[in-house]
Design a protein around this ligand. Structure first.
Ligand code: 3PG
Ligand code: MG
Length: 399
């Protein structure tokens, strides 16, 4: 890509310079304890941060966490992330209590060469996500004042037209960090000339979220395997009753149309695990996909479906997977996601796992991360990249 990257910046020399790094440290937190349940996104940005630290930069890291509404909200504080980042870097991370206020200013001013600061959640400020260019721009001015150069390593947020992603690079010399560079290199293989067969597995809860990517992928892929909560709207479109399963009624017609146009590329579940309730201890059975009892809801794909999906994956040379096949967080409904993930690792293929949830599933199920070709840190971002959309964060780096 025609974008300057971290090596270009390092070659100029960063010792003593303040480098503002936009990271995606939006990690899942345990609702009860507030503890970080998966630190994959923090680990993913370490190569960029360590390189800057070693080169003697004053490193100012900023990120969002969750979706606070433009004002401070303690449950979305980045403080726990500062602690974890410090452990992983094996160096103190100076945490600012605000994003662009007094605490941020004094924290940044106090940095010595090779030290790291983390600003409080960007989304505690209305300007970060504002649709108003002037409001976003004013916030971007304040952020940009903390850096002499800007590094975007927040791949998970490049699809957002937010101040820290889109407006700050217009104000500072800017480069792509190691993570953004790697993500774009890998995903561009999939949009370029993927080795065939190219098989895509999509799951997750909502068809409406995945519609654009299904449309974009249909002409390109050899097989599209659909599981997860969104499969029930497709099953309904096939004429099956789905009981009390997740259903997007207004999408049934669209799904019917997609199935008609898919030329047989779309594979749907033939059996599902149907339960009395959305609970780990609910009574459940494997039933045919066309025989879901009216009082039950499907919470996972069944074993015959896993076998069929695995057979398609075993032929593949290129695989992209986004979205769990079932409610893998509940042990009785994890077999589908596990089975598909294992089939991906066994295939003699270049495999890419897209998305926060699927990446977290890989780690939560204890699968070996190194047996996948690439685990993306971006959910929405990787899907929008595959859709062929212009991503604001990437476009801003190109300028
Ligand atoms: C993500 O979790 O996908 C990224 O961190 C972006 O978060 P957002 O969807 O809240 O913008
Ligand atoms: Mg997301």
């Amino acid at each position: 890509m025609s974008i300057r990257n971290l090596d270009d910046l390092l070659a100029e020399g960063v010792s003593g310079r303040r480098v503002l790094v936009r990271a995606d440290l939006n990690v899942p937190l345990d609702k009860q304890t507030g503890e970080i349940t998966d630190d994959g996104r923090i680990r993913a940005v370490l190569p960029t941060l360590s390189a800057l630290v070693s080169a003697g930069a004053k490193v100012v890291v900023c990120s969002h966490l969750g979706r606070p509404k433009g004002a401070p909200d303690p449950q979305f504080s980045l403080r726990p992330v500062a602690g974890r980042l410090g452990e992983l870097l094996d160096a103190p991370v100076h945490f600012a209590e605000d994003t662009v206020g007094d605490s941020a200013r004094s924290t940044v001013d106090a940095l010595a060469d090779g030290q790291v600061a983390l600003l409080e959640n960007l989304r505690f400020n209305k300007g970060e996500t504002s649709k108003d260019d002037a409001e976003r721009g004013a916030f971007a001015d304040q952020l940009a004042a903390f850096g002499d150069a800007y590094v975007d390593d927040a791949f998970g947020a490049v699809h957002r037209k937010h101040a820290s992603v889109y407006d700050v690079p217009a104000r500072l010399p800017h480069v792509a960090g190691r993570l953004v560079l790697r993500e774009v290199e890998v995903l561009s293989k999939l949009t370029g000339q993927p080795e065939r067969p190219y098989v895509v597995v999509l799951g997750g809860s909502k068809v409406s979220d995945k519609l654009a990517v299904i449309e974009a992928l249909l002409p390109t892929v050899d097989r599209l395997l659909i599981g997860g909560g969104m499969c029930f709207t497709f099953l309904k479109a096939q004429g099956h009753e789905v009981g009390t399963s997740l259903l997007e009624e207004e999408m049934v017609e669209t799904c019917r149309n997609l199935l008609e146009r898919s030329g047989g590329k779309i594979l749907l579940p033939v059996d599902v695990v149907a339960a009395d309730a959305f609970a780990p201890d609910a009574a459940h059975d494997t039933v045919r996909a066309d025989g879901i009892p009216s009082h039950r809801l499907g919470l996972d794909i069944g074993p015959e479906t896993v076998a069929g999906f695995a057979a398609a994956l075993s032929q593949a040379k290129t695989i992209f997977w986004n979205g769990p096949m079932g409610v893998f967080e509940m042990a009785p409904f994890a077999a589908g996601t596990r089975g598909v993930a294992e089939a991906i690792t066994k295939a003699d293929a270049f495999s890419v796992v897209g998305g926060g949830d699927s990446a977290a599933a890989v780690r939560a199920l204890g699968l070996d991360e190194s047996s996948f070709g690439h685990i993306s840190t971006g959910g929405g971002a990787s899907l929008e990249y595959l859709e062929g959309k212009a991503l604001p964060g990437i476009a801003a780096l190109e300028k």
